[in-house]
Ligand binder design. Structure first.
Ligand code: TXA
Ligand code: MG
Length: 351
């Protein structure tokens, strides 16, 4: 199959722009599209064959459920049952936006979309192109991140082409995703409201609406205890990984720089190509041929929007080993460290 790439300017969209993409989706095909978090690989969420095609294109295990994207809060009642009041309060506060809510599913949602689970993940994205695509197609759109399974999520159409060219019908190119990390996932399907995946909507923001919300233990304690199994099936896989082996260095910036420079030297002696993932403030401290800046230490939004792109750049540069600084875990830092730890397979060196 040839993958068609079309450009849509979010600031200047017309209905005509969406005719072909909407028709592909309605006939069971796949269209990758921009969202405010990352690019999504979309198919008709209520068509089991479309979900199966999504798993095949990504090479994703079919027990890993998809998020259903909607463009109106009223869709909640069509897709989910026993909806608690918290769901409406969170929707009111954060939708449209980078928050996914898990609820008990209604039979209309096929098992292939939810990986056989009795629950469904629902998100109302704020990106104008995503919103318009859902409305113009008249569908609910199931969309995982538009990367090959296990690779860093895609924040640009070019990344989608890198991973999925020839495997999907179309990519809509609307430039870079602003947030750069996937949505926060909150489970409201049973018991205590729980954050399964940290994202741009932080625990502090969520607690203002749902004071009792907690993190799934897999988010906060997995680093120390590798017997904990994540409740979001997708969070248990090695993930977000560049081709080069990533290792995180934690500690005082001087000592981190010293340890990284030593690691670079050893890698080079072993005939390996090393790269350093650094913040702007520390660039001068490193002695390495490849140093990629992920943003300013004091600007978490900048780091979040560049993280996956930076990991992919190391691949383009043919780096075998990546040595990374670590980041603070407050606010958005929790989501940044969560993705970085997964990409590193939890390899952290405390120096
Ligand atoms: O920002 C995002 O959420 C992006 C954009 C495209 O919307 N989508 C995204 O999808 O990140 P994906 O498939 O890459 O990640 C979805 C995560 C997976 O870890 C999956 O296991 C979890 O959500 N998930 C989906 N449905 C679930 C359910 N019913 N119960 C528990 N976890 C679920
Ligand atoms: Mg993903």
């Amino acid at each position: 199959m040839t993958t068609k790439v079309i450009k849509i300017d979010p600031g200047n969209m017309r209905s005509e722009d969406f005719v072909e993409a909407a028709s592909i989706l309605r006939s069971g095909g796949l269209v990758a599209f921009p969202t405010e978090t990352v690019y999504g690989l979309g198919g008709n969420a209520l068509d089991p064959d479309a979900s199966r095609k999504i798993y095949a294109a990504k090479g994703r295990p079919s027990d890993n459920p998809l998020i259903v994207h909607i463009a109106d809060v009223s869709a909640l009642e069509e897709l989910a049952r026993d909806i608690p009041d918290e769901a409406y309060r969170l929707a009111e506060a954060f939708w449209p936006g980078p928050l996914t809510i898990i609820l008990k599913k209604k039979p209309i949602v096929p098992d292939s979309t939810t990986g056989g689970l009795a629950t469904v993940a629902i998100r109302f994205p704020s990106h104008p192109v995503a919103n318009r695509l859902i409305l113009e197609s008249g569908l609910y759109i199931a969309a995982p991140s538009a990367n090959a399974s296990g690779r860093p999520s895609t924040t640009k159409a070019e990344h989608v082409i890198e991973d999925l060219d020839g495997k999907i019908d179309m990519v809509i190119d609307s430039g870079s995703s602003q947030i750069g990390l996937e949505s926060t996932i909150v489970d409201l399907s049973e018991g205590t409201p729980t954050i399964l995946r940290p994202g741009f909507v932080t625990i502090e923001m969520l607690r203002r609406i749902v004071p009792g919300i907690v993190y799934d233990r897999a988010v906060t304690e997995r680093k120390k205890d590798d017997t904990i199994v994540a409740k979001a099936p997708g969070m248990k896989y090695r993930h977000y990984a560049p081709k080069g082996d990533l290792m995180i260095f934690e500690g005082d910036p001087d000592r981190v720089a010293e340890a990284i420079n030593e690691a670079v030297k050893r890698a080079n002696e072993a005939g390996k190509r090393a790269g350093v993932l650094a913040t702007a403030q520390n660039l001068d401290r490193y002695d390495c041929a490849v140093i990629e800046c992920v943003g300013s230490k004091t600007d978490e939004e900048e780091i979040s929007s560049h993280l996956f792109d930076t990991l992919r750049r190391f691949d383009e540069l043919g780096v075998d080993l990546i040595f990374s600084e670590s980041f603070d875990c407050g606010g958005l830092g929790q989501a940044i460290m969560n993705r970085l730890l997964k990409a590193a397979g939890y390899r952290v060196l405390e120096v």
